[in-house]
Design a binder for this molecule. Structure first.
Ligand code: ZN
Length: 145
């Protein structure tokens, strides 16, 4: 384990996403407008559409699953860092369906249609961004040391 940054908590924002909005687009826009470069995010709510995925560790690519219907957002959490000079939200989500079954995965950008959603965004102190870059071993865009 290696520490990438040692940070102190700063502002906490609480709010909600509007009906029909996309989770990642909304978060990234909020962070760009408020110059949030490092944060932790938690959400609960409900949505009507989402694409979740898992990363194939051999093939180094994402496999997607599109969901449509009524889902509770049991938990959606992740972080904000910077990729190619713009805020990037990396989120994982657990959804429950009308039979109370859960499905979970990496949340894909531009894929959700919110019904209602409450968020808490914990910002950290510091002007210096937490930056992502290509990691050859995993094929992922990871935090750089
Ligand atoms: Zn992920």
């Amino acid at each position: 384990m290696k520490v990438v940054k040692h940070l102190k908590p700063s502002d906490v924002y609480m709010g909600r996403l509007e009906y029909g909005q996309d989770i990642i687009d909304s978060l990234e826009n909020f962070c760009a407008e408020n110059e949030v470069k490092i944060a932790w995010v938690q959400m609960i709510g409900a949505l009507r559409k989402a694409t979740i995925s898992y990363y194939d560790q051999e093939k180094h690519c994402y496999f997607n699953k599109k969901l449509e219907g009524e889902y509770e957002i049991v938990s959606c959490s992740g972080n904000i860092s910077v990729k190619e000079n713009a805020p990037m939200a990396h989120l994982h989500i657990v959804l429950s369906d009308t039979e109370y079954n859960c499905i979970a995965g990496h949340l894909m950008p531009g894929s959700t249609e919110i019904f209602a959603c409450e968020f808490v965004l914990h910002r950290f102190e510091g002007e210096e961004a937490l930056v992502r870059g290509q990691d050859d071993q995993t094929g992922l865009s990871l935090w750089l040391y």
